[in-house]
Design a protein around this ligand. Structure first.
Ligand code: PGA
Length: 260
């Protein structure tokens, strides 16, 4: 089985007006046109998805939705369906980001419905898990992330997991400038890999990419992604500027040959 390429996702969160997002997309297309050996995904806000999708259409960059509702259409004011995301060019969707969980009440049951829906529609689901600082201090990290993952993936058979990625994002590391140590990241991600192998099989556990997220930047990307179970990065703040995002992508490229 071939080792999947590393995956680097820029999560732009609620930043950039459409014109700024388009400028950023043009700049990334330009800077990353020669880059191989990595999959790069950007997740702009909804209002910029369509124009950004047009700009990156002929490039290797892929487009992701930051959120969606699991129904296809209907009276769900304010929500956006996966069909709508796909219509504007998304083939990746973030699911269960800690900001969605903590600020918007997204629970494991909703996350599970969304994962089923994404997989059914052939969209790459990036399921995010991670512990709070209190949970880490209480020694509950592995238990928490394993529970989040097992609830998020409930009812999915191994044949359906080819389009899955997981992002381990300790809540205390998101947007704080405090990155998990390489040992903290590797131990959590090794645990998730083993859980996948036990719950499914070794083929699934090796094919699912497990990303690290939480204050990733050019300066720490390489050492994080060098860990055997860190297959890429989910990047927030550092994905908002070309000059801070491109070095993270380049770090992933450099490591591709070494890890395969
Ligand atoms: P950060 O965000 O890189 O700004 O910590 C990561 C994320 O929330 O996905």
């Amino acid at each position: 089985m071939t080792t999947p390429l590393p995956l680097v996702i820029g999560n732009w969160k609620m930043n950039m007006l459409a014109s700024q997002a388009c400028d950023m997309a043009r700049s990334l297309v330009d800077r990353l046109s020669e880059v191989e050996g990595v999959e790069v995904v950007i997740a702009p806000p909804f209002t910029s998805l369509y124009p950004v999708g047009q700009i990156i259409n002929c490039s290797r960059l892929r487009l992701a939705g930051q959120h969606f509702y699991f129904a296809s259409q209907g009276a769900y004011t304010g929500e956006v369906s996966l069909e709508m995301l796909r219509d504007v060019g998304c083939d990746v969707a973030l699911i269960g980001h800690s900001e969605r969980r903590s600020l918007f009440g997204e629970d494991d049951a909703a996350i599970n419905k969304k994962v089923h829906r994404a997989i059914q529609m052939g969209i790459t689901a990036v399921v995010c898990v991670g512990e709070t600082l209190e949970q880490r201090k209480a020694g509950a990290t592995l238990n928490i992330i394993e529970t989040q993952l097992s609830k998020g993936l409930a009812g999915l058979s191994s044949e359906r997991l080819s389009k899955l990625a997981i992002a381990y994002e300790p809540v205390w590391a998101i947007g704080t400038g405090v990155t998990a140590t390489v040992d903290q990241a590797e131990s959590a991600q090794d645990h998730l890999r083993k859980w996948l192998a036990n719950r499914y099989n070794s083929e699934v556990s090796e094919s699912v990419r497990i990303l690290y997220g939480g204050s990733v930047k050019g300066a720490n990307a390489s050492e994080l992604m060098r860990q055997p179970n860190v297959d890429g990065a989910l990047v927030g703040g550092a994905s908002l500027e070309t000059e801070s995002f491109v070095p993270i992508v380049e770090a992933a490229v450099e490591l591709t040959s070494q890890k395969s």
